[in-house]
Structure formats: C-alpha cells, structure tokens
Design a protein around this ligand. Structure first.
Ligand SMILES: [Zn+2]
Length: 261
C-alpha cells in the first residue's frame, strides 16, 4: 500500500523533470531561431589593383539577399586601384570590433610593411572570422613575414592564364560544398598556383593547370588562431560574380565562417 502511494508521486516528479527539459529544448530552439534571423555583421575590404570591385560588391550583396541571408554591410573601398597602399581603416586599433566576419576581396601585392600586416592579421588571430577571395591571396605577397599567408591558409605568388577551369570537389560532405556541383566549370578565371598549403587548411576543391596538369586547391577552409577562414582563388572576372554556383558558394562559405551555419 505504501509503495502504491509513492508511485504516483514518483511519476509526477518524472513528468515535472521532463516538462522542464522540454521547456529548455524550446528555449534553445528559440535562441537558435533568433540567432539565425540576426544579420551577419560583414566587413568587406575591397580595393586595389586589377578588378571591378564596385561590380563585385553589388553582386555579393545581391547574392546574400537572394539566399535570404540577412547581412549588415560595412564596405571599405580605400587605397585606390594600384598594387600598393596602406588603408586608413586599419589605423584604428579596434577596427575589427563589432564584426562577425571580414571578407577580404582586395589586391595590394606590393605592400610589405610587417607592422601594417600584423595590425590586420592579429585581430583575425584573436577571433575575427575571414573570407578570402581571389587577389587577397596575392596581397602582401612580397612580405617577409608569413602572418597573412597563415591567415589565408595557402601560399600563392602567381597564376596561370585566364581560361575555363573545371572544379573537382574533394570534400563533398563539407557543409559549404553540399550544393556545389562536382565538375562545375568557372568559365573565365585565373588558376592560382598554390605553392604551399598550411597545416590547418582543409582543401574542399581543386582545379587542374592546363600547363602542368597539376591540381591546385581553389576552395578551402582554414583555422587561424580563433578565426574560421573560408577561401577561394576564383573571382577574377565579372562573369564569375555572375555565376550563381560561385555566388552560392561564397554565401555558404561566409555563413560558415561567420559560424551561422
Ligand atoms: Zn585577378
């Protein structure tokens, strides 16, 4: 009889515990939902030599809109269209504050000042996530220090000719690559010659050199200190920024790097 009386109490306690657990689950779901609805705070650094940055910026912004990914944009286009500049934006020591991710789509190959480069890489090392596109890989390429290359995850100093390059997906199960078709052709772009892949880099796709037959990484992720990094060496031509598969890739890579995926 005594046992019989305790049983309903025990049942009630279990019910309370499970109610509490489902309330927690619900709160967690709500938190995730509100997080995913929050805009990603994107800093876009885009200037320097050789590319149509106004066009590319517009296409980037349209791509996020198309995919329903809300973004709070800060676009920095400073330093002109030459190969060497130190942009004022980085002079503020707290330049990286308040951003989830910085997209580097700039091209300053001949800037080599180590103190300037460290003022850019250190906030990344401390946790500002990054996306690196095309000529970001040749930016600071003459520098003696490796900090920028370690942030990129690859070392490159030159490229093959413009051509149509097929992209071989090497990591199909990575969330960034889920919708990217294996064998997709980037119609008119440059193949960057990758001299070195740094240890924290995961190569997601490669393309073959028409000159040497060698495969070079063209899409990858990297871990630089606390920062998640997504990179692609494509992005030379306006036609690449008009390619829906490429733009989908950049949106997925950016949301992944910003830890929103
Ligand atoms: Zn280019």
């Amino acid at each position: 009889m005594k046992h019989f009386r305790l049983a309903p109490l025990a049942f009630a306690l279990i019910a309370l515990v499970s109610l509490d657990a489902s309330a927690q689950d619900l709160n967690a779901t709500k938190a995730t939902a509100s997080q995913s609805n929050e805009a990603i705070r994107v800093l876009l650094i885009t200037s320097g030599c050789c590319h149509d940055y106004d066009f590319q910026t517009k296409k980037l912004q349209l791509a996020f809109e198309k995919h329903g990914v809300p973004v709070q944009w800060t676009v920095v286009n400073e330093g002109g269209n030459g190969t060497e500049a130190q942009i004022d934006f980085y002079k503020d020591a707290s330049w990286a504050k308040n951003f989830d991710v910085c997209i580097h789509n700039e091209c300053f190959a001949n800037t080599t000042d180590p103190a300037y480069i460290r003022s850019i890489t250190q906030p990344h090392y401390d946790g500002l996530n990054a996306v690196v596109i095309h000529c970001a890989m040749h930016t600071y390429r003459g520098a003696e220090i490796d900090n920028w290359r370690q942030l990129l995850g690859v070392t490159s100093r030159r490229h093959d000719h413009r051509s149509a390059y097929s992209v071989k997906v090497t990591k199909k199960d990575h969330p960034i690559m889920e919708t990217f078709p294996d064998g997709h052709t980037i119609e008119d772009d440059e193949l960057y010659i990758i001299e070195k892949v740094w240890p924290h880099t995961t190569v997601l796709a490669t393309s073959k050199s028409e000159k040497t037959g060698k495969d070079h990484p063209v899409i990858w992720t990297n871990q630089y200190g606390k920062a998640r990094v997504f990179g692609t060496t494509y992005g030379h031509s306006n036609s690449t920024f008009d390619d829906p598969q490429f733009m989908d890739l950049v949106v997925r890579g950016t949301t992944w790097a910003a830890a929103k995926r």
